[in-house]
Ligand binder design. Sequence first.
Ligand code: CP
Length: 328
Amino acid sequence: STFFRGRHFITTQDFTNEELNIMLDLAKDLKIKFSYGEQTPYLLYKTLFLMFFDQSTRTRNSMQAGIAQLGGDGIFLSPDKMQVSHGEVAKDTGVILSRFGDGIGIRHCTYGEGNKYLNAIAKNSKAPLMNLQDDIYHPFQVMADLMTMRERFGNNLKGLKVGISWGYAESHLKPLSVPQSQILLFTRFGMDVTLAYPKGFDLMPDIVKTAKQNAENHGGKLNITNNMDDAFVDAHVVFPKNWGGFFISDKEEEIRAEQAKHKDWKCTEEKMKLLDKSGVFMHALPADRGNEVEDSVIDGPRSIVYDEAENRLHTAKAIMTLLMGGRY
Ligand code: CP
């Protein structure tokens, strides 16, 4: 693991396919050991700081449970209780936390700020910085997605038809970290990816350009359409996350108004009939049940959302083990 030790993980683009495969192989091994109750103290006495500017269920708890299961300690930090709330700069926070511990994980999704903050911490941290979602990327989510797809369809996912739709999120003016990370990663494993969204809901042009380059380099495809059905026809996997956003902000009215314009961008049983017969429904969660997906789909036999969520734990443990210098 020496070539992983101390490296930051801000986007999957920071690692080669071979390195990502090593992470996923370790995640698989950790999952098996966890199922047998076998101990995996690979990060004994190591300390991880977890700084969350935004809410989380899966990410926070997969990291905190994960570091505990690896024998280390996860310290949860609320920025509003830290001096960053009084304007302390990223450099000072990054230097200090990295002198106290062995790893730093941060979620900071504020548009235009999150990724910049993470990079500023990374630049000044001698401990690995792990991106637990920023305004551009959500690498830990897509690693769990990839692991789940491999479990379902085998390790060689070349040619797998994947549909991603994202009709509405916190704001259509914001870049969307999940689909952006998905198109970057899945194209690198030769998948045939279709991204569907209503006109005007484009992802960041640079990310799309890189994803197209990834597809070219790895025999994948990236198709972009404004018709949701195009992402579903013959798909092996669909990731419809159309309505996005829980109403945690003062933007509820704005979100509702946008939803009304795109009511048909919803994953229904009817739409699921368009899939290949082996096709499955995936979703990073949380899901806005009723608005973005029918209960009968997310609770139905083709939904693998709980496997996907569980794999957040195993992939997080693998990534921490490798970056934080654990033995395995
Ligand atoms: N998928 C995901 O990142 O979930 P949380 O927001 O609950 O961490």
